[in-house]
Each structure stands twice: as C-alpha cells, then as structure tokens.
Design a protein around this ligand. Structure first.
Ligand SMILES: Nc1ncnc2c1ncn2[C@@H]1O[C@H](COP(=O)(O)OP(=O)(O)O)[C@@H](O)[C@H]1O
Ligand SMILES: O=C(OP(=O)(O)O)[C@H](O)COP(=O)(O)O
Length: 408
C-alpha cells in the first residue's frame, strides 16, 4: 500500500504534484476538453487548503504531435477551476524553476512547463537511473515531498513518475488512490470478461491483448479503431493504401507481425471487424472486408454496422466489459456511429469499466453514460486490468532509496 494525503503533514510543505492533464488540443492551441484537469481539483484543492506549496508537474502530448504544446493554457484553466491564481512557469527544472518553487508561500500553486519538452522525460528509466536525471536532480532539491496523482501515466517509467519517489517521500493523490482502489481487483469481476481495444495506441493494445489472453482474464478481445485495422491487415485483409500508409506513418508496421502472432495463438478469442466505413463522395460508405481494398484515397475510419451487430451480440452475454479507445474517428460526424453504438452496448453490461483520455472525451461528446467506472487512464487502466504492476505505483510503494539531491 502507498501512503496517501492522509499521511502527509501538508502545512508549509513544498510538494511536487505530478498530475495527468494531457488533453485534446484545438487547432489554435487551446484546450479542447478539461476533464482531466477537473479530475485533479480535489487533490490540488486539498493540498492548497491544508497550506501546501504546490508545484504541478505534467506532460502534454508526444514530441512531433500537434498536441505537443506548452502547459500555459492548462495553468489558466486550473486557475479558474481552483478559484485562485495559478502561475505558469516556462521552465521545469532549471534555476528559474527552482527560484519559482522557492518563492511559493503556503497555499500557492504554480504549473511548471511540459516535462516532455526535455527528451529524457520521453525515455523509460528504472527508478535508480531516473533519480539521476536532470529533471529530478534539478527540481528535487527544492521539494519536501512528492505526490503522484497521475494515474493515467502510471504505466510509464519516466523520470517525473519514478524518479522523484526514489529521492523524496512519496504519496498517492486522491485520483491515484481511488483508481487503485477500483481497478485493483479485476480477477473478482464477473465473467465472461470482454476487452474492447480501439483507439490509436496500437502497441499498448497489443500488449494488453497478449497479457489478458495469456493469463486467461479475457474471454473475448474485440478490436476496433486503428488497432482493428492493424489486426485486419495481420489477418491478410488489404485495407488499401490510405489505411496501410497511416499504419506505417504511425510506426506500427512491426505491430502487424505481433498481431499476426497473437491471432495464431489465440485467434478464436479475438474478434476482428467485419466491415469498415470510408468516406465516398463526401459521405459515409460501408464496405464489407470482402469488398476491400477500397479506392486508393479511402481510409477505414470507423467500424461498420455488421461489425457492430457482431460485437453487440458478444457484449450481450458479457459479465464484465473493459473498454479503451474509440472505434473510429469519432471527431468527425460521419465516423462517430461505431464509437457511439459500441460504447452504448458496453455501458449496458453489468460491470463496465472504461478508460482513456480520448475515450472519456468521446463519451462526453457523444453523450454516452451509464458505465460502472470511468477511469482517467486508458493504457494505465488496461495495464492494471491485466493484473500487471504499474511502474509509478511500484516506485511509490518502494519509497525513497537515494539521498535527496542537495540544493545549491
Ligand atoms: N480508424 C481510425 N483511423 C484513424 N484514427 C482513428 C481510427 N479510429 C480511432 N482513431 C483515433 O484514435 C484516437 C484515440 O486513440 P487513443 O489515444 O488510443 O485513445 P485513448 O486516449 O482513449 O486511450 C482518436 O483521435 C481517433 O480519431
Ligand atoms: O493520455 C494518456 O494515456 P491514455 O491515452 O492511455 O489515456 C497519458 O497521458 C499517457 O500519455 P502517453 O501514452 O503519451 O504516455
């Protein structure tokens, strides 16, 4: 068990709080959805009301992505949500960042710059190595304690997640605490258990599929989204140039082989889309897999209606469904149907657990409700639901193993 905020003597304590406010970003760089910021309000308010001095640490996007932006808009929105000034600091661990942290008074809050603006934060380290990174050596000297509330990133072994608890006393924030509580007992959920893997993080989805199939946790794995397209390709379906190029551009070429191996080993428990939707003459047009490939420029953007009927039948018999990732490009009206209907069917299952940043945003924009638990995490929730340890949680549990770096 990890210590929580109940174990922290907050007043006058300078706390580095790692949150996950990684959010969809509009074309103009503003926040398209603030659900993940709202999720952390309880933790941050509690720390501030108890007289803590709070330096928020977080990442946004991945290098090269359109959503790889500064945390300035996040600081502004947090200020509104917390109903108090929240200053944005344009550095993360340099002397300027240390200065901003030293200047905090009781009840003050700042947001440090996107941790992933520094390349080491985009690499995986074991906790000992993470303790020696620039980020941790630079910032830990001015912190008294570390709170990890970033459940959604807890499956990453990055310095801001595993390095700080190696040199500072670490505590789980309220989001982390409640997620660990709800998601910690997957083996006890009713069977049959169905995992629905959609979205665009194909490597994560295939990792999860292997793990839950090998451990006998999943009775069925339903594939959709880009993951579904990769499985179809692995099964020998030619999706055409547009979808195939997309898989290649996203760096998922190797995943096709992994998906093929998985189909060889557990094919009878893995369901593949039976049809896909493409854009033809400006409208949605559905094609059965036998009618593929489509014309050159037509990408598979959603699952079609016969896939939906097939998946709905499996879900009708399920005791538990665990779902991550949209079934298609739900951001476009023509391709939201698969996601809406699949989520609706999943929400009718007795025990229904859903997670993921885009998934939560799809739930809200499509108005789907009724899940037993909506997790702030996608990959992290799935990893936990495979009964695998989360590196950031293990680091918190293990506690500090190294001396806190000295202040200058
Ligand atoms: N067939 C598809 N082709 C391209 N993108 C897709 C497809 N299906 C889903 N997506 C995209 O997947 C993204 C969400 O995936 P992901 O980040 O894995 O979800 P989450 O954040 O819930 O874990 C969405 O932006 C959606 O447009
Ligand atoms: O959005 C996140 O994960 P998710 O898409 O699995 O919900 C987390 O912020 C982790 O981000 P990452 O998958 O770029 O490491």
């Amino acid at each position: 068990m990890t210590d929580t905020l109940d174990d922290l003597d907050v007043e006058g304590t300078t706390v580095g709080v790692r949150v996950d406010i990684n959010s969809p970003i509009d074309d103009d760089g503003s926040l398209a959805d603030d659900a993940r910021l709202r999720a952390h309000v309880d933790t941050l308010s509690e720390l501030l009301e108890r007289g803590g001095r709070v330096a928020v640490l977080a990442h946004q996007g991945r290098p090269g992505g359109d959503d790889f932006v500064s945390l300035e808009p996040h600081a502004e929105r947090l200020s509104t949500l917390l109903e108090r000034p929240v200053d944005y600091v344009d550095v993360t661990y340099s002397s300027g960042a240390r200065e901003a942290v030293r200047n905090l008074d009781d009840g003050d809050c700042i947001v440090l710059e996107n941790t992933r603006f520094y390349s080491e934060e985009y690499m995986e380290f074991d906790p000992d190595a993470a303790a020696r990174t620039h980020l941790v050596e630079g910032l830990a000297p001015v912190l008294d304690a570390y709170v990890n509330d970033a459940f959604a990133a807890a499956h990453r072994s990055q310095p801001s997640l595993v390095g700080f608890p190696s040199v500072l006393p670490g505590y789980a924030g309220r989001v982390m605490e409640s997620e660990l509580d709800v998601l910690g007992s997957i083996e006890e959920t009713p069977e049959p258990r169905v995992y629905v893997l959609g979205g665009a993080k194909v490597s994560d989805s295939i990792d999860v599929a292997w793990s839950v199939l090998e451990k006998g946790l999943a009775d069925h794995v339903l594939t959709a989204g880009v993951a579904g397209n990769v499985f179809l390709t692995a099964d020998g379906v030619d999706l055409g140039d547009a979808s195939t190029d997309f898989i290649y551009e996203q760096g998922y070429w190797d995943e096709i082989d992994r998906a093929a191996d998985l189909l060889d080993a557990y094919g009878e428990r893995v369901a593949l889309p039976r049809d896909v939707a493409v854009e033809r003459d400006g409208e949605r047009h559905e094609l059965g897999v036998n009618a593929l490939p489509p014309a050159d420029s037509e990408a598979a953007m959603d699952i079609g209606s016969s896939t939906l009927s097939y998946y709905e039948r499996i879900l009708e018999g399920a005791g538990t469904v665990i779902l991550n990732g949209p079934a298609g490009v739900f951001e476009e009206a023509a391709f939201e149907n698969g996601t809406r209907e699949l989520y609706n069917a999943a929400s009718d299952v007795d025990t229904s657990i859903v997670g993921g940043g885009d998934t939560a945003s799809a739930l809200r924009s499509l108005g789907v409700e009724g899940f037993s638990h909506v997790s702030t995490g996608g990959g992290a929730a799935l990893r936990m639901l495979t009964a695998e340890p989360l590196p950031a949680v293990t680091a918190l549990e293990d506690g500090p193993k190294h001396q806190q770096p000295a202040d200058d």
